[in-house]
Design a protein around this ligand. Structure first.
Ligand code: IPE
Ligand code: IPE
Ligand code: MG
Length: 251
């Protein structure tokens, strides 16, 4: 298929899409419902997004489900979210595995219940060899936490003599972060109308294209995803270089 025949959102498909799934609470409030029903509705949007990214051939999808700062929410909401994560894990993993999805959890999982952590480890183990969409779910994740953990690991290596501080470079740091082995996100989407990163992938967002939309996360459907992908296809990514001119102008 030539570029002309390809739907515009597929001309230049991002290899790695990262999503800040925001707006569940407001979605519920607008319907006069409690916040937890917004979170529950958000799971459906996760399912649709994962399926569609897999079908389109996106290689990596990273979803921000719960931030390190979200621990400060009311206890009821946190407990409800943890229950929802466990339910979703138990309900979805078999189908994800069938669809060849490789699942990984990133974040400080130490505050999660043993049961949830075990479920996450089992899901990672089950899907480890899958070769389809690589799906990272960020839980208890903070970009700063991630960088501090990497710094600690590198400092330990320096102390034990296996790393020369003079040799430390960006690759060392990348390789010590939670997303080691994944390319940086090309496209970062935030739903829910806020235009901020809220401590998500701070290191990795260096050259991500940032797409902010007002759609509340539970309403984020395949059309909304395709809008983001179409927008991405129209971006010129320069990475600090100058714009690329068409061949005839350049010669
Ligand atoms: C995102 O939706 C889900 C989590 C942060 C867990 P919110 O719960 O932040 O929804 P709003 O922003 O209050 O609408
Ligand atoms: C960001 O949303 C975190 C997730 C979507 C998991 P928040 O709702 O926590 O972010 P702020 O508080 O509006 O910055
Ligand atoms: Mg929010």
């Amino acid at each position: 298929m030539s570029d002309r025949d390809t739907p515009s959102h597929l001309v230049r498909l991002p290899q790695h899409v990262a999503v800040i799934m925001d707006g569940n609470g407001r979605w519920a409030r607008r319907r006069g419902l409690p916040r937890h029903l917004g979170h529950r509705a958000g799971v459906k949007a996760v399912r649709a997004t994962v399926r569609h990214c897999g079908e389109l051939g996106v290689d990596y999808l990273t979803l921000f489900a719960f931030s390190s700062e979200n621990w400060s929410r009311p206890r009821d909401e946190v407990v409800g979210l943890m229950k929802l994560f466990l339910d979703a894990l138990q309900r979805e993993v078999a189908e994800l595995h069938e669809n060849n999805v490789r699942l990984r959890f990133i974040g400080d999982l130490s505050r999660l219940s043993e049961r949830l952590r075990r479920g996450m480890r089992d899901a990672e183990r089950l899907t480890r060899e899958n070769s389809g969409l690589s799906l990272q779910i960020a839980v208890g994740f903070g970009g700063r936490w991630d960088i501090v953990e990497a710094a600690r690991e590198l400092a330990e290596r320096a102390r034990s003599g296996t790393l020369d501080p003079a040799e430390l470079d960006e690759q060392h740091l990348s390789d010590s972060l939670s997303l080691a082995g994944c390319p940086d996100p090309d496209l970062m989407i935030r739903t829910g109308g806020e235009q901020r990163i809220s401590n998500f992938l701070l290191w990795h967002a260096a050259y991500a294209e940032l797409f902010f939309c007002d759609t509340l996360w539970p309403d984020f459907d395949t059309d909304a995803l395709e809008q983001a992908l179409t927008w991405f296809g129209s971006r010129e990514r320069r990475f600090g270089r100058v714009e690329t001119l068409p061949k005839e102008e350049a010669s």
